[in-house]
Design a protein. Structure first.
Length: 207
């Protein structure tokens, strides 16, 4: 049975993360698969209490096939340690599984995924949530937060606020918290202040 269709991802009906990962490797649910090196699926414990969802893989993630292994991932790991988390205890993924980019010479520059691309990939996030059933969904960045709470959601207004699951996600997690993406910390004019605020949000998640 095919696992994808032209108008969006169609994961198999399973809570087995290994089967989901294998199916996602062949996903053609949107056009991003054409230029990307590979699908970058989530990774982490099957029964993680916290599921972290970012926007999309970056250049290094696309090359290595693992989430959060580039510069933003390194900052994320440092912030997690400072906040008292062990990354190995978290399930980490992205709401879009393929790298979207524009080429600038030999460099591949991140390009924000469109709303249709995010919607097309949403079934994979739903499948991961059904498999893991975390207590907390930690959303990193506007794209991730809007994937779950809709395009009108603003992190500037609701950052760090406990959020109940929307109807479509009822029963898949207990509470969500949205904060900035670690890449935004790297771009901030005052990086130290932005990093301190990000760590504070992670500590709130821990509580």
């Amino acid at each position: 049975m095919p696992t994808t269709r032209p108008d969006g991802a169609a994961p198999p009906d399973t809570a087995d993360l290994t089967r989901l990962r294998r199916a996602a490797a062949d996903c053609t649910g949107c056009g991003l698969h054409r230029a990307a090196t590979q699908t970058v699926f989530g990774e982490g414990p099957r029964h993680a209490e916290i599921l972290v969802a970012g926007e999309q893989p970056g250049d290094q993630e696309d090359r290595q096939g693992k989430p959060f292994v580039g510069p933003a991932g390194r900052l994320f790991d440092e912030a997690l340690n400072e906040a008292g988390f062990e990354r190995e205890a978290l399930y980490v993924t992205n709401v879009v599984k393929h790298f979207k980019f524009t080429e600038r010479g030999k460099r591949r520059i991140h390009a924000k995924p469109s709303r249709p691309e995010v919607v097309a990939c949403r079934p994979w996030l739903l499948a991961e949530l059904r498999a893991v059933r975390p207590r907390l969904l930690l959303l990193l960045g506007a794209t991730a937060a809007q994937s779950v709470y809709g395009p009108s959601f603003r992190i500037t207004r609701r950052r760090g606020e406990p959020l109940a699951p929307p109807d479509e996600y009822a029963g898949l997690f207990d509470v969500a918290l949205a904060t900035v993406h670690p890449a935004a910390v790297l771009r901030a004019p005052d990086r130290e202040a932005a990093r301190a605020e990000f760590v504070a949000d992670l500590r709130s998640a821990a509580r």
